[in-house]
Write a protein that binds this ligand. Sequence first.
Ligand code: SF4
Length: 381
Amino acid sequence: MKINGFQTRRHFIKTMTQASAACALLPALGSSIARTTPQQSSKSKLTEARYYEKLPNRKIKCVLCPRECVIDDQETGYCGVRENHGGTYYTLVYGRPCSANVDPIEKKPLFHFLPGTLAFSIATVGCNVLCKFCQNWQISQARPDQVPSYELSPQAIAQYARDTQSRSIAYTYTEPVIFTEYMYDCAEQGHRLNIKSVMISNGYIKAQPMKDLSRVLDAVKIDLKAYTEKFYQEMVSGHLQPVLDTLVLLKQENMWTEIVYLMIPTLNDNPKELQQMCQWIVKELGPDVPIHFTRFHPEYRLKNLPPTPLKTLEMARKIALDTGLNFCYIGNVPGHEGENTYCPGCKKMVIQRLGFQIVSNSITKQGQCKHCGHKIPGIWS
Ligand code: SF4
């Protein structure tokens, strides 16, 4: 079937799932899917943005993320997906995902959230930071008029999630903060179908929008990219403190949160800084926040650096464990013991993983270790 003269549903499914190792064919849903060309995508059917203030002379100030861009009429903010038209601010990416896959939740990674389930994962173009090591820079650093997107309402996203047996919708790949309106509405629609929502984010968001999102999200993964302001300024084009503030806010909001720390050789692998970071996490967030130390692979503008040595990842995990964190993982090293979950009570393994696969699970649906009954924090059913 031709849709809008561009492509068939079969082609849509193929395109949307090709990047996923665990993709599932999206079933026919009976609703039409329109593809927009890059030229169309930024022009039609704009949705007014939330989180902005009107200023004199048709200027606006965006208060969605800590950049607080002040934007002239007909201009876009730093993220490139929010545009001022005559003093009214619009999102250019509402209902326009450029990527959709069905992934294991372990790929996000979220290890204490419905293990072994699928997450219907979507992204739009755009990002509010510029990481020199970005793995998805082709879409995160693109503009809406550079990448084809698809017209998918929040209802359609929830429907796809249900029909692919996904237990959650994941907002991921790029930075979901910049499509917050779409994320919020998808999460609401998902809940109507008993589907949870998880945000995979850099945490670069202001407090009010994060508080609002906390009403509809079920878990958040935050990329804590380093524990120094220098790294954030030089490698991310952002700042550290707003990310720490978001983590504290998520704790206050009782949101299930896991932290990922991508270890980049020579740039953020200083043992002293790692220890300070772990001490901060224990003090401000508690010892039960899972932390994932993941292996870096040369990417984008950091192709000159080698992959993270295994011993560096093991050193970081040991520091975290010695500092008092209970759930310290090693990522991107399939088969390593640091992929598994161990009960803090009896020290026995309670979840064995191999890459994104669950090999065995000894945690009850109520979240208790089957060996000793110790409560394991997380969302298990
Ligand atoms: S969300 Fe985009 S436009 Fe708004 S402050 Fe952040 S970078 Fe600027």
